[in-house]
Ligand binder design. Structure first.
Ligand code: GLC
Length: 569
């Protein structure tokens, strides 16, 4: 594996609208991010992925872009963005932008011109397709529910549709059109030339379309449709030429770091998509989300407990192991509920669980991404009324639950557990009004526990989740072990259910990472461990919650939520 400038770095995702508001309008902004750069630097962050800040009508919270080469006034302007870049660089932090290239906003001038004149050049930037036998071109269901096809605005009487794999307000861009691709290269290069060092690439599998627009066999949702993701999976082997061209014309110019939002990753596709010759530098590990979302509606989503989560994570680690690719492990992002509330049993949905799960996650092979608030152990927010939700999909799912005959209370409970709004409630900075996020009215509900769960209270508490994350990051970068944590092999260790364990191994060091998520203490007999040689060289590098290593008896005892990182040789 070629060594790259971004290997061994710690990444952090900011969802700008909810991070920090500098001007009291209730929305986070770029100046707010600048004001917290010292905080991020102290934490150990070196790569900062910023979710979309481009001008947008915010139908899908900025993932519907109406101008790719500007900043939405809600967040600031290009001058503030340049300041963010330079202030970040001063602190050794590189900025990673979000690239949403499968679709734009229906408010983008391209789409407006296209709708105004179906023979315009811009009309060729979209998929404008005639109906088949008086019906829509095919039976695909969009990611947000309903058909991917809608009548073109202003042409409702005609038998012609546009494609949108996501919301109606997110028309799909036609990557078959070389002119559109040139426009895309220009906009990516615009940001590279400004000093951005990388990109997170949104929903990229959706860019390939079969131009005969066939139907697919109906899936399990019982509506005669098939999820658009099924079509993506079928067309996976056709995406290469587009992504190679994108890479050559843009990312390669400046040795950018790129991370793809790519589902359905297989052994074969890892090499193709990530790694030395891959389309991207790395891909997120979205495998737990894939298992959950293989069910059409929230109400059918399975409960994922620590063993299930670990199984997904371990399978991914092994999948990447023998390739030249790095994966990006995550516990949550702006599309998922809080990991502590999702992957842990109820008695660990707290600071103990946050430290336990953080220990498990931060030593995995790859480039770990921390999502804002994860480092203080933010849990799911209590949503008590339909008005508490913002996300378009949450609203769709409330409607579905009610349609299935559930009471409003039951519906709120189900949607509240699974909604991505959980990740989008404001970051909790202190115990003042609105958790110090804004002096105005926050755009989304503030988490109920802000008075004791916040950054300020954790900064000075040596035992806090925040300080635990700092120690984890420092250990990962520890001179003696950083090579092992960055490039060392991953090896799964199977112990009893609820005890999550693995090794990081290279020629120089063997490190055991072990976490107990059960309700009873767990005792591990080190003398049975394959890498344990003698007590003299064994060291407890870091522990969380109750964990004690007794080297006279070669025994490690982990309490409930106890976790440890042990250097065995
Ligand atoms: C990606 C984004 C998500 C967005 C969708 C459509 O999955 O992460 O937030 O809604 O793409 O752009």
């Amino acid at each position: 594996m070629e060594h790259k400038w971004w290997h061994g770095k710690i990444a952090y995702q900011i969802y700008p609208k909810s991070f920090c508001d500098s001007n009291g309008d209730g929305f986070g902004d770029l100046q707010g991010i600048i004001s917290k750069l010292d905080y991020l630097h102290d934490l150990g962050v070196e790569l900062l992925w910023i979710s979309p800040v481009y001008p947008s009508p915010f139908v899908d919270q900025g993932y519907d872009i109406s101008d790719y080469c500007n900043i939405d006034p809600v967040f600031g302007d290009l001058a503030t963005f340049d300041r963010l870049l330079s202030e970040a660089k001063k602190r050794n932090i590189e900025i990673i932008m979000d690239l949403v290239l499968n679709h734009c906003s229906s408010e983008h001038p391209w789409f407006k011109k296209a709708c105004a004149d179906l023979n315009s050049e811009e009309a060729g930037y979209f998929y404008f397709v005639k109906g088949k036998d008086g019906k829509k071109p095919n039976n695909l269901r969009s990611y947000f529910g309903g058909s991917v096809w809608d009548k073109i605005p202003g042409h409702e009487q005609e038998d012609i549709y546009y494609s949108h794999y996501f919301a109606k307000a997110q028309p799909d861009l036609n990557w078959n059109n070389p002119k559109l691709r040139e426009e895309i290269f220009k906009l990516v290069n615009f940001w590279i030339d400004r000093g951005v060092r990388g990109f997170r690439i949104d929903a990229i599998l959706s860019i390939v379309k079969d131009l005969s627009f066939p139907d697919l066999p109906a899936d399990s949702a019982n509506d005669g449709m098939s999820h658009a993701a099924n079509m993506n999976a079928k067309l996976l082997d056709r995406i290469g030429p587009y992504l190679n061209e994108l890479k050559e014309r843009t990312f390669n110019r400046a040795d950018c770091f790129t991370v793809g939002e790519v589902l359905t990753v297989t052994k074969e596709s890892v090499k193709e998509f990530a790694g030395d010759h891959g389309y991207f530098s790395t891909l997120f590990d979205l495998s737990p989300r894939e298992v959950i979302e293989s069910h059409p509606h929230y109400v059918e989503f399975p409960t994922m407990m620590p063993d299930d989560y670990a199984r997904c994570v371990f399978n991914t680690q092994e999948l990447y192991q023998n390739t030249d690719a790095f994966v990006a492990p995550i516990m949550e992002n702006h599309d998922e509920p809080r990991g502590v509330s999702y992957y842990l049993p109820d008695y660990l949905r707290n600071a103990t669980g946050a430290k336990c799960l953080g220990t498990f996650l931060m030593m995995l092979r790859g480039i770990p991404f921390i999502y804002q608030g994860q480092e203080i152990g933010m849990t799911n927010t209590e949503f008590t009324s339909p008005d508490d939700f913002d996300d378009l999909y949450a609203k769709e799912e409330i409607r579905y639950c009610l349609e299935c005959g559930m009471s409003i209370e039951e519906s709120l409970k189900i949607v509240g557990r699974h909604t991505r709004d959980n990740a989008r409630t404001p970051v909790l900075w202190d115990d003042s009004a609105n958790a110090g996020f804004t002096t105005g009215k926050p755009w989304l509900k503030v988490h109920q526990d802000y008075q004791h769960l916040n950054v300020k209270s954790q900064l000075n508490d040596p035992d806090s989740v925040l300080n635990h994350y700092k120690k984890l990051i420092a250990l990962r970068k520890d001179e003696a072990l950083s090579e092992t944590f960055t490039y060392g092999k991953f090896e799964r260790l199977t112990l009893q259910s609820g005890v999550l364990a693995y090794y990081r191994v290279d020629d120089h060091h063997k490190v055991l990472i072990i976490a107990n998520t059960n309700t009873t203490p767990y005792s591990y007999d080190l003398s049975q461990d394959k890498y344990f040689k003698d007590s003299e060289h064994t060291q407890l590098k870091l522990s969380a919650n109750e964990a004690s290593l007794n080297l006279e008896q070669n025994n490690l005892v982990l309490g409930v939520g106890g976790a440890a990182i042990i250097q065995l040789s």
